[in-house]
Write a protein that binds this ligand. Structure first.
Ligand code: FES
Length: 152
């Protein structure tokens, strides 16, 4: 993911970002898409390093743009809520929402993780699927997820 974000940021740097606001916004949108719908603190750091700006600058820019979602969380957990992943991943959903109190679009575990949900990722055969910082992780188990959340 780090390399992908660097590639995206470098491309838009060559297009004039960050001084060219249009190039900067395109950069943030593309990076957000690559990260699964939200730019967490690590992603902001990567992009900022390439563009030569602080993450706080990127957050200030994003605040004015409704389709940009930047969070202060270190990591983003995106859980597929399609039919197959919901059926196969009941224990994961229960753990996140009932035990940890995670709510879509909000941080959890002390602000360390951002929780979001998405529809079917077209990888139903390997359900349940989640994305960790935008990276697809198939056949997720509750035990594996707990390990990931602890390490994060
Ligand atoms: S339901 Fe999750 S990938 Fe299809």
């Amino acid at each position: 993911m780090k390399e992908t974000l660097q590639e995206i940021a470098l491309y838009y740097k060559n297009q004039g970002a960050p001084s060219d606001q249009s190039a900067l916004l395109s950069c943030l949108r593309e990076a957000q898409q690559a990260c699964g719908g939200m730019l967490d603190a690590a992603a902001q750091q990567e992009i900022g390093a390439v563009l030569g700006v602080k993450p706080t600058y990127l957050q200030a820019v994003a605040k004015r743009i409704s389709d940009l979602k930047l969070s202060g969380a270190s990591h983003t957990l995106t859980v597929c809520q399609g039919v197959n992943c919901s059926r196969e991943g009941k224990s994961i959903h229960r753990y996140l929402e009932d035990e940890l109190g995670a709510k879509p679009g909000k941080t959890f575990l002390g602000g360390k993780w951002m929780y979001q949900t998405v529809g079917c990722q077209r990888a139903c055969r390997t359900a349940p699927n989640v994305r960790v910082d935008g990276q697809l992780m198939t056949g997720m188990t509750l035990e594996r997820l707990k390990e990931i959340l602890q390490k994060g």
